[in-house]
Design a protein around this ligand. Sequence first.
Ligand SMILES: Nc1ncnc2c1ncn2[C@@H]1O[C@H](COP(=O)(O)OP(=O)(O)OP(=O)(O)O)[C@@H](O)[C@H]1O
Length: 270
Amino acid sequence: MGVIEIKHLTRDYGHGKGVFDISFDVNRGEVFGFLGPNGAGKTTTIRHLVGFIKNQSGTCTINGHDCWKESAYINKHLGYIPGEMALFDDMTGHGFLSFMARYRGRVDMRRQQELIELFELNPQGKIKKMSKGMKQKLGIVSAFMHNPDILILDEPTSGLDPLMQKHFIELIAKEKEKGKTILLSSHIFEEVERTCDRVGIIRQGKMVTVDSIEILRKRHMHQYTVTLPSNQEAEAFARDFDGIAEGNKVHVTSTSSLEHIFMDYYQGDQ
Ligand SMILES: Nc1ncnc2c1ncn2[C@@H]1O[C@H](COP(=O)(O)OP(=O)(O)OP(=O)(O)O)[C@@H](O)[C@H]1O
């Protein structure tokens, strides 16, 4: 059984918008990348998981608990970075962290301080006066500061500079080593490639693939055979293009970059 389970989830906003018959699982200790173009339905799916939206049909569970009916349980046990932090604009950073600690009923103050230092966050001052990156750092500290076993992260590095993105990727790797279960939506292919075991791609509200990065790569390998005028030229060609020479023929395997593979799915070529 997956820690996070979505089965046949549908929320129809009309005019073809929403999510339709979405199903996927995230297993214990797995980092799962949730990808798709703007407006594809990632945030809508994630909001069901954190109990903000009631499912029209289908089910969403975390550790067997229904995400809508048991949302208080879900939010206590999850680490969640929302897509935007607008709701809390009038609080200070410190105020927001204390509010989240009280709401969840637990916080690890040492961990909180470690994260504040790692992301060079200044939590003084009102959220509405913070830069986008600073708000995002606040969201990250809040999501990880109570050491949750399950993390749901909606575009966690949006607005972060490259150094902070690097810190974030290292943080995810360490959390994965500890056996945490992580669902992360992202538009950054490198981040997904470096952190995720499997990816699900959503387009126009429907899942178009759920696979390991390894399998996606294999599926998008292409093999060619090139015939050269002589065996000698075939050997030189094989050396240059990492192929296998067989007489005057060379067998070459080409792999697509992950970005290329994802773009094919985004554009509907699959
Ligand atoms: N409350 C709502 N009422 C009507 N339509 C909505 C509502 N919320 C979202 N939508 C629409 O549903 C679709 C999916 O939106 P969603 O925010 O889930 O996409 P997303 O994949 O997270 O996009 P992005 O990458 O831009 O953040 C969009 O077309 C959006 O305009």
